[in-house]
Design a protein around this ligand. Sequence first.
Ligand SMILES: Cc1cc2nc3c(=O)[nH]c(=O)nc-3n(C[C@H](O)[C@H](O)[C@H](O)COP(=O)(O)OP(=O)(O)OC[C@H]3O[C@@H](n4cnc5c(N)ncnc54)[C@H](O)[C@@H]3O)c2cc1C
Length: 462
Amino acid sequence: MGDPMVRVPISEQEPLVRAKNFEEVCLGYTEEEAVEEASRCLNCKNPRCVGGCPVSINIPAFIEQVKERNFEKAYEIISESSALPAVCGRVCPQESQCEGVCIRGIKGEAVAIGKLERFVADWAREHGIKPKTNAPKNGHKVAVIGSGPSGLTCAGDLAKLGYEVTIFEALHKTGGVLVYGIPEFRLPKDEVVAAEVENVKSLGVKIETNVVVGKSVTIDQLMEEEGYEAVFIGSGAGLPRFMGIPGEQSNGVFSANEFLTRNNLMKAYLNHDTPISRGKKVVVVGGGNVAMDAARTALRLGAEVHVVYRRSEAELPARAEEVHHAKEEGIIFDLLQNPVEILSDENGWVRGIKIIKMELGEPDESGRRRPVEIAGSEYEIECDTVIMSLGTSPNPLIASTTEGLETNRRGCIVAKEEDGETSKTAVYAGGDAVTGAATVILAMGAGKQAAKGIDAYFKSRA
Ligand SMILES: Cc1cc2nc3c(=O)[nH]c(=O)nc-3n(C[C@H](O)[C@H](O)[C@H](O)COP(=O)(O)OP(=O)(O)OC[C@H]3O[C@@H](n4cnc5c(N)ncnc54)[C@H](O)[C@@H]3O)c2cc1C
């Protein structure tokens, strides 16, 4: 048994090896390692970790079962609250949620809750264990728009309550950002995401792909002509923002969304029918998780990669683990710098980027120190590809084709936090479509609340 203050280390692919492949970076705990890590849990009487989890997983209870080697029981406990544990165990920002409030973290290292969740979910998958439901059908039909984490969670919870649920998904694959955004080396698509989507289907949820709600069918038609009595909108925030600087229309400038979609969803790194830029020198603009994913993907495609971010390292919005991995792999961080122009050659292809240096001024409304340009500090970097990763907002299609659905000035659907209720009767919404780009677990939490809200709506009519 090791030092109880210190986490059981987890195996990862070596940085210089993984920088050249798309296989998963983190290799997960073995049974022995998981049991040892689980025994670090203090099984607190008032477990703060549960309050730190947006879907309220009974964390001490599942960890106790891992300690006792009852992995199937541990999975049963997790799957009462979460439809996507193998996903969350890999991509949740645990350091600012469950692990951020773990008592072990006060004097030592917090229990590796996320890695244990991943272990349990992987173990269950490898042993063919599925989530359970025995709810009788109640005869009510609910439509869910979007098969991302919010839609899958809402659909799964409603199915467990006996509703007949159909998810309508615009793309040909299910999972939302989990399949088109987050790269394979952080979240394997076929092995992990597809398996968890199958688990949701095993609860009785139907999924129709290639249905763009707002084009193929509207919400009003689903409700008035197709017999859906309630709708949950979990359509995400997939519309990329650009900077509006000169040269942004040049060939070789991508949104991170397009770059990652080509790579992840269409496996462009394997499949030459889906072209992808294999730049020699790539500049990624932005400092969030999406920027890290784009940078690490471009690196794996063979490029030298610079991340240009206008604030300092302390303000980088990406998870510390992602920044650490990116640095280990050889990504170069050009901090306190901001692009002012993209330079192109006579054929309109990117040949470089003009950058200005910044310093931090007074705090802005977000509480972070505002970056201020240093006059006369412009310089140029040569590059052949620029990837803009500046955030996204919801696509206006659904709101513009649904009678009486209110949105705010950022284009987000207005919905109540406690139950997802929108301005339109029997229509609920949650996840990135409501909050703007956020996290998997917050989207799942919103899907869960909306499932409760929809159930309460039906009960109030009974
Ligand atoms: C590259 C990237 C990396 C990220 N990394 C992390 C991370 O490490 N950890 C983390 O917690 N979060 C991460 N996030 C954020 C997280 O993935 C999102 O917050 C989360 O997926 C939002 O879930 P959602 O269900 O609201 O929407 P989405 O996942 O966006 O799913 C929405 C779904 O709705 C579908 N849809 C949209 N419009 C329609 C329509 N009109 N008709 C039918 N279907 C429609 C879309 O095709 C999509 O499948 C990342 C995001 C990106 C882009």
